[in-house]
Design a protein around this ligand. Sequence first.
Ligand SMILES: *[C@@H]1O[C@H](CO)[C@@H](O)[C@H](O)[C@H]1NC(C)=O
Ligand SMILES: *[C@@H]1O[C@H](CO)[C@@H](O)[C@H](O)[C@H]1NC(C)=O
Ligand SMILES: *[C@@H]1O[C@H](CO)[C@@H](O)[C@H](O)[C@H]1NC(C)=O
Length: 134
Amino acid sequence: MTTWNCFLFLALAWSFIIIALAFEKQDNHLAVVHVINALPNNSDPMTIQCTSPSSDTDLGEHTLYVGGDYQWNVTHKSLHYCAALWDLWFASWHAYQPRRDVSHGTVYWLVKDNGFFLSWDNSSWVRKETWQTE
Ligand SMILES: *[C@@H]1O[C@H](CO)[C@@H](O)[C@H](O)[C@H]1NC(C)=O
Ligand SMILES: *[C@@H]1O[C@H](CO)[C@@H](O)[C@H](O)[C@H]1NC(C)=O
Ligand SMILES: *[C@@H]1O[C@H](CO)[C@@H](O)[C@H](O)[C@H]1NC(C)=O
């Protein structure tokens, strides 16, 4: 390699590293989603499973006790669904919706016996979904 080729090679390699880092950063810091179990005291725990089929993400089943806060990092700009089971009740909702949530670093869900409440600041809540039963 001449010095010039060597320089070009290094410059190219360096720009690939920069681009890779930029993508990784973007991927890892989209948002944190919290699902907080605020069901009445002494309730049975709920089971929750969150997935994002379009990005091949399945976070698996998780047991969430009263007072618990289940959280994960969203790493793909894709719709994330959660499904919840609590005694005879079930529900499924959009836990992370890119168009709705993209400008917010944190998405909070408060789960109560009268439904699922969304907040971006952990203080003002809007109900988005309710429990269903057969
Ligand atoms: C549930 O229990 C917690 C901790 O013991 C208590 O602080 C809270 O007031 C209770 N909530 C209700 C609705 O009873
Ligand atoms: C989310 O990502 C941040 C920064 O990479 C990390 O500090 C944090 O522990 C992660 N949270 C979860 C719930 O994985
Ligand atoms: C959300 O607010 C509640 C009550 O103000 C607090 O106990 C909790 O730690 C907060 N959660 C997060 C993740 O900031």
